[in-house]
Design a protein around this ligand. Structure first.
Ligand code: GUN
Ligand code: ZN
Length: 505
């Protein structure tokens, strides 16, 4: 891997970074969304993608250009940037997606990398094999070997300043994904897309998307820029970023608009069924759903998106882009403030598939903990998933290393005025016990609801267990505020417990 990526900020496994794209002479801030531009149908003109939506990079398909006589010569002559009217960074795909859809393409990695260089691509792609989910292991392994050869062919090609993608495949086998990640990382290629996600994304299988990303990330270098091929629905951006993805590309904004679909951060709506637009982008501010439906009936102007008379599909595509870029900015702001997992939690309330994605992400809290900053804006407890956040785990690990006296009271209430303990520590679900001196340090400054739930109490009990386990000779008493039976079950046997409610405290 060459050194074109710099990470500036972390939150969970998400990061804000800078991807230097030398051939374009630009540096792209990540997380970045690359709108997919069909070289034959410019739904929204690339110039407008940059100026009105803030796209710093886009992706188009070199295989389509190469196999379309009408444009091939022009693109070779003018170059891709001139042809599209875009002077940011341009990534090109290789035809692998067509290979996956139609089973066969008539180009090799060597040929398509050379073609991508010739048209002036800034980031090229070899012909990897996007093995779909749920195939048998033999097929996944066989196709992975072909992808590996494609990466080797790309390494051998003359690429100059052009960056090259090293796609990570492996279907739904986490160990194969991880192995593919290690292999890709060891090449001298530059950007690492997690591939063949489209079938999972289209059916909202976000838990498996997260598993694939985490597996690939375990194999990849932590500093590697990671692209989630084909992902760009605004609903799942926060989740995918928190899992460790830096680049996204989306055709959804245009494809869905053609079917009258309206994207939001909690799913997809149908123009047909909408009475109001819940959005303030220029399209939604100036039109009602009924107006767009009326335009759909007539021709609406069409053309390439220039001028005022855009079709309903073009206007829907613009809304879809606005809402997607808005969410991307929200994700970046959340990383800066350190509340990305809180944003993911909010998104998880919008769709059950997202809740599965969040729960799967939290299965990997130990991995997230490795890059999670030690201090950030206050931790907000917003759902029982918050009890599984990496900050809670980190506090529990830390508890086993704290010095404790012989006789220790842990209590959710204030310290009693008269007592004969050596020390009195606070207990705060979901973290559990801590010395009062740590009250003002992250994450113990957490904002927790008055009405704590069972999951937070269980997590606090696990904190008590961690402390007790490391200090078997300490006599520990726990004063709890009417904890649920399952939380009390998680408190080790040797600990005396007192229900503060019964004591009237
Ligand atoms: N576009 C969406 N998924 C893929 C993939 O797995 N490989 C390539 N090259 N392009 C894609
Ligand atoms: Zn809108």
């Amino acid at each position: 891997m060459r050194d074109h990526f710099e990470i500036r900020d972390h939150d969970a496994a998400g990061r804000i970074g800078r991807l230097e794209v030398p051939r374009a002479g630009v540096t792209v801030e990540t997380p970045a969304l690359l709108p997919v531009v069909n070289p034959n149908v410019l739904t929204v003109e690339p110039r407008r993608l940059a100026e009105e939506f803030g796209a710093e990079m886009l992706i188009t398909n070199s295989y389509i250009i190469r196999s379309t006589d009408r444009i091939r010569h022009r693109v070779l002559e003018e170059g891709l940037h001139e042809f599209l009217g875009f002077d940011g960074a341009i990534m090109t795909d290789s035809g692998s997606f067509q290979l996956a859809e139609y089973g066969d393409i008539d180009v090799t990695t060597e040929e398509i990398i050379e073609f991508q260089r010739a048209i002036g691509s800034d980031v090229a792609t070899p012909v990897d094999v996007p093995t779909p989910p749920d195939v048998d292991r033999e097929r996944a392994e066989r196709e992975l070997a072909t992808t590996r050869q494609a990466l080797a062919d790309a390494e051998a090609a003359e690429t100059g300043e052009m960056l090259v993608n090293a796609p990570v495949q492996g279907s739904t086998f986490p160990d194969l994904r991880e192995e593919a990640g290690s292999h890709a990382s060891a090449t001298d290629l530059d950007v690492f897309p997690v591939g063949a996600m489209v079938p999972l994304l289209n059916s909202y299988r976000y838990a498996e998307v997260v598993e694939a990303v985490r597996a690939a990330k375990r194999g990849l270098d932590p500093d590697a820029p990671v692209h989630l091929f084909g992902a760009g629905h605004p609903m799942m951006l926060a989740l995918a970023v928190a899992a460790g993805c830096d680049l996204f590309d989306s055709a959804a904004y245009a494809l869905m608009a053609r079917d009258g679909r309206y994207l939001t951060v909690s799913g997809t709506e149908h123009l047909e069924e909408m009475e109001y637009f819940p959005c303030s982008c220029p399209v939604c501010a100036e039109h009602t759903p009924a107006e767009l439906r009326e335009m759909e009936g007539s021709d609406g102007g069409g053309g390439n998106g220039a001028g005022a008379d855009r079709s309903a599909a073009e206007l829907l595509a613009e809304h879809n882009l606005h809402v997607t870029f808005e969410e991307l900015r929200r994700v970046k702001a959340a990383i800066r403030s350190g509340n990305l997992l809180q944003l993911v939690d909010r998104r998880a309330r919008g769709h059950p598939a997202m809740l599965d994605g969040l729960r799967t992400l939290l299965d990997h809290a130990d991995e997230l903990e490795e890059t999670d900053p030690v201090s950030k804006d206050a931790f907000f407890y917003t759902s029982h998933e918050s009890a599984r956040r990496p900050e809670v785990r980190r506090h529990h690990d830390r508890l086993s290393r704290l010095a404790v006296p012989d006789r220790l009271l842990l209590t959710e209430s204030d310290a009693p005025s008269n007592h004969d303990y050596d020390a009195v520590w606070r207990v705060k679900p979901p973290f559990g016990p801590f010395p009062r001196a740590l009250s003002e340090t992250y994450p113990l400054t957490a904002e927790v609801p008055e009405r704590v739930d069972g999951a937070a109490q269980v997590a606090a009990a696990e904190g008590v267990a961690s402390l007790a386990g490391a200090n078997p000779d300490t006599a520990i008493t726990l004063g709890h505020d009417d904890w649920a039976p399952r939380a009390l079950d998680a408190v080790p046997d040797g600990i005396e417990t007192e229900n503060l409610r019964h004591l009237g405290r």
